[in-house]
Design a protein around this ligand. Sequence first.
Ligand code: F6R
Length: 357
Amino acid sequence: MRLADPSALDDHRALGADGAATMLNLVRSTGRQLQEGYRAGRSAPGLPSGGLLRSIVVCGMGGSGVAGDILRALYAERLPVPIVPIKGYGLPEFCGRETLLVAVSYSGNTEETLSAYTEAIARGCRVVTVSAGGELARLARGDDVAHVRLPAHVPVPRGALGFLASAPMGVLESMELIPSPADEIERTAFLLEDLATALGPERPGGENEAKSLAAWIGHRIPVVWGSEGVADVAAMRWKTQVNENAKGPAFVSVLPELDHNEVEGWSAGSGTPFATIVLRHGGEHPKVGRRVVASLEAIAPAALDTREVLGKGFGPLESLFSLVMMGDFVSIYLGVLRGVDPLAIPVLSGLKERLRE
Ligand code: F6R
């Protein structure tokens, strides 16, 4: 892999190329997306009753599926019922009349999500759909199911994460299942505006943590560790964004789980091809904090090159989205350095096309 000089990240021509510029603008809009998606979810007409629920299931794939992971990370410890993300065609046996099922698909055309939706209707689940149109919106209209319509201008679902994550939050608030997240969303949007300036393309490499991380990763394979809680979701998002934006492999692991397997795999000298980013957050269990240090010490002979990124702000939503925004910028800059188009996803789209035939 030929790698551009890090000065390419301060070159307006490289960053202004269509794909990179589009992706950078989408990342910059994450805070505004959060505000808008939340309002759309909260005001969605025809939401089902939240009374006597026994489970909440969030179905979706890829960039849309992250919405379920985010809701679980934010609310699992605060809700009296389990919240389960589902990424596939079917539903667990427990899904029925006392289940709220939120089907999330930005395009509205993802076959796994459509299959789970159809199954949910057949089982009598209380269903809410979230999309920017597509078949999911059409089915919801026909079935008289609540639909949150997202703005349709985003060219790729992974660029719409703010909308996709906050619309279900608005829905859960409206159904009186969670307290209003309005203040958290406002604070997060404010933080993300600042962060977008600090990490955005205009801020030169020497003062820009995202550019510096991308240059540091370079041709190596990122291994992203996330401390349990919101950083594990952010770590998965880093991995998938490196895959899609920088067109390279990346791996993800979660602490403390990785202490029970992965550490054994880092044998002496095995770290050279990798760059490890450890994502931390203020709400992590104190024992997990100690484990980060101990784990890195335990695998020191592997000679892994490691950097740590700490979530910003006070609450879990701020922490999570600040880590996500950092990873989104890093992955786009990495794509630019590697000379690939961060926007285009020909393999993924080609595969969908082939499976549709
Ligand atoms: C593409 C992307 C994908 C899609 C996934 C599901 O940018 O991020 O992971 O999100 O293929 O499609 P949607 O989101 O339309 O249901």
